[in-house]
Design a protein around this ligand. Structure first.
Ligand code: GDP
Ligand code: MG
Length: 344
């Protein structure tokens, strides 16, 4: 049983999606598709999802470092490490937290506040990333490709991205590149309809690269701000399907040489360690540029963002906090770390 689990459940909200008129080029450049997600989503959502953590921290970790403080000796360090590795933060980060505490406090007493401060500092250091912004095209249409295993949350995350971009007044063209299942095209079409995005589809079973080509071509010709290409779910171990992602990329490059500007890997945070092997498998094969950590709500394994960040250096760009298009937040290291170690 995991004892220090960073994320609990969330409340589900229903929301309607609004669409707005396209903005000018100037305002488009000024916000670069990177408007922060609503505060409620980031602070409220993550904090809400952290309730279990707070409870556990207020028991296990508080027990570990009683009110009067605790002598930092080998036994304490072993106990602390044992708690930490039970989360999905990974051995490396858990060892780093322990070793940082050891070097700062060894043979001295430390308080709970000092422990939390030190652990926060360590994790912040590991998680630090330049930015969670979407990498936008210098000019013209920004092309975003979305990849991941089946059921990770790709299509839902696309709907969330469309919602975000639409709120910024951007025009969006979607490419229904999951031609494998008819239901997948239908699902994306429904979102496109609801949110006022154009969609390019192909017949079921048709070549996903040709759908991607058509989508990007349509987006560029109609001077759309954003083109998002969905792809069929695949396992990182299916070499032929991983190669197909490379082919889709190359076909997109034929229409727009510097595209795709982002390849977002959607990971299901409830998958824990499996999400790490997905990041390993997809990272290079698909040329990923960033991660969307879906299903943080209700996941007991959201700590997995830490080893993913540490091992692959890929920035976590967004987190999914529920099933509606509003349940989405730009990833913020400070908010994440605060929520992870929130003992208030
Ligand atoms: P895909 O196969 O990768 O395209 O996955 P989908 O986008 O179809 O999502 C699979 C399931 O996960 C659906 O039932 C979604 O509603 C659900 N889902 C996606 N993202 C989230 C999230 O952030 N939180 C929760 N709770 N559910 C999500
Ligand atoms: Mg899908």
């Amino acid at each position: 049983m995991a004892r220090w689990n960073p994320f609990g459940s969330s409340d589900k909200k229903k929301s309607d999606d609004d669409s707005t008129q396209a903005k000018t080029q100037a305002s488009r450049d000024s916000d670069s598709g990177n408007q922060p997600a609503p505060k409620k989503g980031l602070l409220g959502g993550i904090r809400q999802a952290m309730k279990k953590t707070m409870e556990v921290l207020n028991t296990d970790i508080r027990d570990l470092v009683k009110d009067e403080g605790r002598l930092v000796d080998d036994q304490f360090l072993d106990e602390l490490y044992a708690y930490l590795i039970k989360t999905d933060m990974g051995n490396g980060p858990a060892a780093k937290i322990r070793d940082d505490i050891k070097s700062k406090y060894r043979a001295r007493k430390m308080t709970l506040v000092q422990l939390i401060d030190s652990a926060k500092g360590t994790i912040t250091g590991i998680m630090q990333q330049d930015t969670a912004n979407i990498n936008m095209a210098a000019s013209g249409t920004t092309v975003i490709m979305v990849v991941g295993v089946n059921g990770a949350g790709k299509t839902t995350s696309i709907a969330k991205l469309v919602n975000l971009f639409k709120k910024q007044g951007k025009s969006v063209v979607l490419g229904a590149g999951d031609t494998f299942r008819a239901a997948a095209v239908e699902q994306l079409s429904i979102w496109a309809d609801r949110m006022g995005a154009e969609i390019v589809t192909g017949r079921q079973g048709s070549d996903p690269a040709s759908v991607a080509y058509k989508a990007v071509d349509t987006a560029i010709k109609s001077q759309a701000d954003i083109c998002i290409v969905d792809t069929a779910g695949r396992l990182q171990t299916q070499n032929n399907l991983m190669d197909e992602l490379g082919r889709i990329r190359r076909v997109i490059q034929k229409v727009s040489a510097d595209a795709p500007h982002e390849v977002l890997l959607v990971l299901d945070s409830t998958a824990g360690q499996n999400a790490i092997s997905q990041a390993r498998g997809f990272g290079e094969a698909a040329g990923c540029t960033g991660i969307v950590l879906a299903k943080l709500d209700g996941s007991a394994k959201g700590g997995v963002a830490i080893p993913i960040r540490q091992e692959f250096g890929l920035p976590v760009k967004f987190v999914g906090l529920g099933e509606t298009p509003e349940d989405f937040a730009k990833f913020d290291v400070a908010a994440y770390v605060d929520a992870l170690f929130d003992t208030t």
